[in-house]
Design a protein. Structure first.
Length: 452
């Protein structure tokens, strides 16, 4: 028996693993496979995959579905309430006392020891002071809020995925730059050793070149570790195994949108932003709650009916050993007079909370306007920085060649050569950083405006 359970669980586990691998292979079908367990993805593909597979997004989607069911339940409350009831009793003999608790006489219960009832009743709310409509509106607002939270979570994960992807792009480009710098450092050390053998430079130049080479090798190892960490973070966002290696198909030099194309996002952000939409829906939710509280001050009117079969017949005297059927229909009106003073403070508090949330909505709108305009200004600055850094790279490359030739001809110091090398390396990385920063700001604008 235990062996059977073990093999069953093992088979079930293997089937689950196979299904997961099949889903991954299907999802990455459009991606270009890389050597080992790697896939080449574009930025758009990585963002879309994360939006489809991320665990936080799935959890938010489940909550949205649950809120949808709560909303259906609120509308179902308008349906009549129907109850079916039945009962059966078996009575003991009837004991009669003639003098206090003495001189007792026992007789069978007239007309029978058995009693039973079977009936159905229904209640339909005709008017409840608006309480049901307020509840429906409240649950509708909760459903919309859950949908907004799900879209906000999706946009937030998309933003994080884009940021991690761009970090990976930046680190991969830095890897290329460090490898180039490593080749220059190795070649430079080789040339300096030759110059030292010919007694044209001092031993200090050799030692300094060796230290520089060691630092470059250490930077290379550090950058490889950073790439592994960034890749793992991207795997978590995309909900894929840690062993999957993502190779960016897009480069830092990918096309950047023009600033003018972002103006519609900037102008609509005060309405389309997730935070502003959520604040507006919170106002509607509180208004629905207020209407629910105010409904307690109004009368209610219900229609109710019942029909049943009873045994024995206790409607006549003496009771008769027979079954009878009886039903009725009626209207029930009710008004709670105490609500005039019990509900007064609750209504006042509800109105104040509506006003509070309206002010918060205006504050969220102001914050979004400030934030997205700041991103827009920074985006224009980032595009300008790209142009400046492109020119700086060209100048730094020419400068390095000049200083390198001067050093080989003993017309410049090693310090000047190392400074020129660092300047060339820094200018190249600054260009990549400016390019990825511009794209990161672009995705921030999309998210802040509620379009990611």
């Amino acid at each position: 028996m235990y062996n059977y359970i073990y093999y069953y669980r093992k088979s079930y586990f293997m089937a689950a693993v196979s299904m997961t691998l099949l889903m991954l292979s299907t999802t990455f079908a459009s991606a270009q496979a890389q050597p080992g367990n790697g896939y080449k993805l574009s930025l758009t593909e990585a963002v879309q995959f994360a939006k489809d597979q991320n665990k936080w997004i799935k959890a938010a989607s489940i909550e949205e579905n649950a809120a949808g069911e709560d909303r259906k339940d609120a509308y179902d409350a308008a349906l009549p309430t129907v109850n079916v009831n039945s009962s059966y009793q078996r009575f003991s003999d009837l004991t009669l006392f003639s003098q206090g608790l003495s001189h007792s006489t026992t007789i069978p219960l007239p007309p029978t020891k058995n009693a039973a009832a079977l009936g159905v009743d229904a209640l339909f709310n005709i008017y409840g002071g608006g309480k049901l409509k307020a509840l429906q509106k409240e649950e509708t607002s909760r459903f919309k809020l859950a949908g907004l939270n799900a879209r906000d979570q999706s946009g937030n994960i998309a933003l994080q995925t884009a940021s991690q992807y761009l970090d990976l792009v930046k680190l991969n480009d830095l890897q290329k730059f460090i490898l180039d710098q490593l080749k220059r450092a190795q070649s430079r050390l080789k040339n300096i050793n030759s110059l030292y053998k010919n007694q044209k430079v001092t031993r200090s130049d050799v030692l300094r070149a060796e230290v520089t080479l060691s630092n470059v090798e250490l930077s290379l190892q550090q950058n490889e570790n950073d790439i592994a960490i960034a890749n793992q973070k991207l795997d978590v966002l995309m909900n894929v195994p840690d062993s999957v290696r993502i190779a960016p198909a897009d480069s830092a030099g990918m096309t950047k949108p023009e600033s003018s194309s972002l103006l519609p996002f900037i102008e609509a952000a005060g309405v389309s932003s997730y935070s502003v939409q959520r604040a507006a829906e919170n106002v509607e939710l509180q208004r629905a709650r207020l209407r629910g509280v105010q409904s307690n001050n109004k009368p209610t009117l219900s229609f109710y009916t019942a029909y049943g079969i009873n045994y024995p017949n206790f409607l006549v005297f003496p009771p008769v050993n027979q079954a009878y059927a009886l039903g009725f229909v009626g209207l029930k009106a009710q008004y709670n007079i105490s609500s005039l003073y019990h509900n007064k403070s609750k209504v006042a508090a509800g109105k104040l909370r509506v006003k509070e949330l309206e002010i918060q909505q205006a504050a969220y709108t102001d914050n979004v306007h400030t934030e997205i305009k700041s991103y827009y200004i920074k985006y224009g600055e980032a595009l300008t920085r790209i142009s400046v850094n492109e020119h700086s790279v060209e100048q730094a490359e020419v400068n390095y060649r000049i200083v390198n030739n001067k050093y080989l001809n003993q017309l410049a110091l090693l310090t000047d050569l190392l400074d020129a090398d660092n300047l060339y390396q820094e200018s190249r990385f600054n260009l990549v950083r400016a390019q990825t920063d511009a794209l990161a700001i672009y995705y921030h604008i999309l998210y802040t405006s509620g379009n990611l």
